[in-house]
Design a binder for this molecule. Structure first.
Ligand code: TRP
Length: 363
C-alpha cells in the first residue's frame, strides 16, 4: 500500500543574493525592514474556507513567517477569474478565505493581508511584464497545459496567469515566496521575467526564491486522493467538533486489519499518519504502539485523532466566531491591508514607469 503522506522539510535554498536586506517595502511605516529581514509574498485563490491540508501545507508557515519577515499575503481573486465560477458566490469566497486566514493567525499588525483586485497596480504591472515574458516558456507551463486541456475554450488569462503572479511578487520587491511544488515552475518564470526586465530596462528587480517545503501531501479522508474541497474528502479548518468527529469516524484506516485483534500497521494507516500533526510525539508513539500490538482498535484510534483535531482547531473556530460577530470587521482589515499594499505598489510602479520612459503619473 502507498504511504499515506510524506513529509520532508528541505532546508531553505538560501543563496548569498537572497540574504541581502529587503528593499524599500517599509514605505507604509507599519512594518519596517530590519537587517536579515526579507520581503515575503504569497497568494492563495479564494476557494472559500480551507481544509487542514492547506493549513498544514501552507497557512501554518505563513503564520510563522510573519515574525521573521515583512510579509504580504494576498487573496488572489483576479487569478480565480481564469476559471469558471459563479459571480454570486465570489464575494463570499473571498471573505470566507480572509476570515479563516485571520482565524489561523495571520495578524494584520504583523503582516499585510489584502485582496488582489483592490490594488489595481497588479493588473498594470502584469501588462508591462507581459512585454518581457517569453511566449514560448509560457506555453510550456505544466499548469497551463493541464488546465487548458480541461477547459471548454482556452482564455488568454489562463495563459498569462504566471505573468500576473510575477507582478504580484515584484510589486512588493519580494525576494522569498512560500509556494507549493506545483507553483515552482511559475516562480522560475518570474525569475526569467526579472532577468529580461533588468536586461531591457536596467537592473531593478531581484530574482525571488522559493521558500519551499517539500511536498506535504495530505491525502483526503478516502485515503487515496489528495485532500480537496471539490472531492469532498476533507476536514475544514472551520468545521465544528461534531462535523470533525463524524468525518474522522468515516475515514479510512489500515485495510489489512480486518478485526480488532489483528495487529495494525500504523505506517500505512491514514488515521495513524494524521495523528502526527495533531498530537504530541509521545502520544503518537503510544497510539501507534497500541495499534501495532492490537491493544487498541481502529475506532479508538479514530476517536483519539478526532479529539486531538478538535482541540487543535478549536481556537481557530473560536477566533473565527469572534471575527464574524463583528459586522464589517474583516472588510475593514482587508481595506486597510489594501491601503498599505497600494502605497508600496505605487512606489514600485513609479520607478518602473520611469525606467520604461513613460510619463510620470500625477499623484
Ligand atoms: N498561483 C498560486 C496558487 O495557485 C497563487 C498565487 C498567485 C501566488 N500569486 C502568487 C503564490 C504569488 C505565490 C506568489 O497557489
Amino acid at each position: 500500500m502507498a504511504p499515506v503522506m510524506s513529509v520532508t522539510t528541505s532546508s531553505d535554498p538560501v543563496t548569498p543574493e537572497s540574504t541581502a536586506t529587503a528593499g524599500s517595502a517599509s514605505a507604509n511605516g507599519a512594518v519596517t525592514a530590519r537587517p536579515g529581514r526579507e520581503v515575503v509574498f504569497s497568494g492563495m485563490q479564494p476557494s472559500g474556507g480551507f481544509h487542514i491540508g492547506n493549513y498544514l501545507g501552507a497557512v501554518r508557515d505563513w503564520v510563522t513567517l510573519q515574525d521573521q519577515h515583512r510579509c504580504f499575503y494576498c487573496v488572489v481573486d483576479l487569478h480565480a477569474l481564469t476559471q469558471s465560477y459563479d459571480a454570486a458566490e465570489m464575494k463570499g469566497r473571498v471573505l470566507d478565505m480572509a476570515v479563516e486566514l485571520l482565524a489561523c493567525g495571520i495578524d494584520p499588525e504583523r503582516a499585510t493581508l489584502f485582496v488582489q483586485s483592490e490594488v489595481a497596480e497588479h493588473s498594470e504591472l502584469a501588462w508591462i511584464l507581459s512585454c518581457v515574458a517569453p511566449y514560448g516558456e509560457l506555453s510550456r507551463m505544466t499548469q497551463f497545459k493541464e488546465k487548458g486541456e480541461r477547459a471548454e475554450y482556452v482564455n488568454t488569462g489562463l495563459f498569462t496567469y504566471p505573468v500576473l503572479m510575477a507582478a504580484d511578487i515584484l510589486l512588493y520587491r519580494a525576494t522569498r515566496v512560500p509556494v507549493g511544488e506545483d507553483q515552482i515552475q511559475h516562480l522560475e518564470l518570474t525569475r526569467e521575467i526579472v532577468r529580461r526586465f533588468n536586461n531591457r530596462w536596467g537592473e531593478l528587480f531581484k530574482e525571488p526564491l522559493p521558500l519551499h517545503r517539500e511536498p506535504l501531501r495530505i491525502l483526503g479522508l478516502d485515503g487515496k486522493q489528495k485532500m480537496s474541497k471539490s472531492l469532498n474528502n476533507y476536514v475544514g479548518v472551520g468545521d465544528a467538533p461534531e462535523v470533525i468527529r463524524k468525518k474522522i469516524s468515516n475515514a479510512f484506516t489500515d485495510e489489512t486489519r480486518l478485526r480488532k485483534k489483528d495487529p495494525g500497521h500504523p505506517e500505512s494507516c491514514y488515521v495513524c499518519g494524521l495523528q502526527r500533526f495533531f498530537s504530541p510525539e509521545a502520544k503518537v508513539a503510544e497510539l501507534h504502539e497500541g495499534c501495532r500490538t492490537a491493544r487498541i482498535g481502529c475506532v479508538d484510534s479514530k476517536r483519539a485523532l478526532a479529539e486531538a483535531m478538535v482541540e487543535t482547531l478549536a481556537p481557530i473556530g473560536e477566533r473565527k466566531r469572534q471575527l464574524l460577530s463583528q459586522p464589517g470587521r474583516v472588510e475593514e482589515i482587508l481595506h486597510a491591508g489594501a491601503e498599505q499594499a497600494r502605497r508600496v505598489a505605487r512606489e514600485t510602479l513609479a520607478e518602473v514607469r520611469e525606467r520604461l520612459g513613460l510619463l510620470p503619473r500625477r499623484p
